[in-house]
Design a protein around this ligand. Sequence first.
Ligand SMILES: [Zn+2]
Ligand SMILES: [Zn+2]
Length: 161
Amino acid sequence: MSETVLTGGCQCGAVRYALDQLPENVHVCHCRMCQKAVGGPFAVICPVLKPAFRVTRGTISYFMSSDVGRRGFCARCGTPLTFDYPDGDDIGVLVGTLDEPDRAPPENQYGNESRVAWFAGLTKVPGDHPTYANNPEMLRRISSTNHQHPDHDTETWPPAG
Ligand SMILES: [Zn+2]
Ligand SMILES: [Zn+2]
């Protein structure tokens, strides 16, 4: 009997997943492959045992980033979702795709040979602004035409309207 403890999915909602255990050894990966795969300075990977990972909507597409590792993503909206070794015991979901990213804080870092030089100073970069705090009209236009799937499972997809 499985019991969902975390859920997540892609930006458009075509792919949704559930985790039946909390991730273990959540880690930041600065390696060059992860930088490219997520389009960011690093990936935050949340591993769970494969039987505890269930796709609950849609289908994950894969890019083999090497002969032994693959990157899962939504083919409809392009959101990177997972990293795993097909022969391995666990699968890592990417923290930003969780509905509650705060529940999977990193415990370790890898790939430091590729870590961007500005990483250490990131929290000291000036600016602590909410989204479009200086442009309420743009914020209204974005919010009123938001196509991002909400941070919870939904009964139907695609949403009406
Ligand atoms: Zn999608
Ligand atoms: Zn990596």
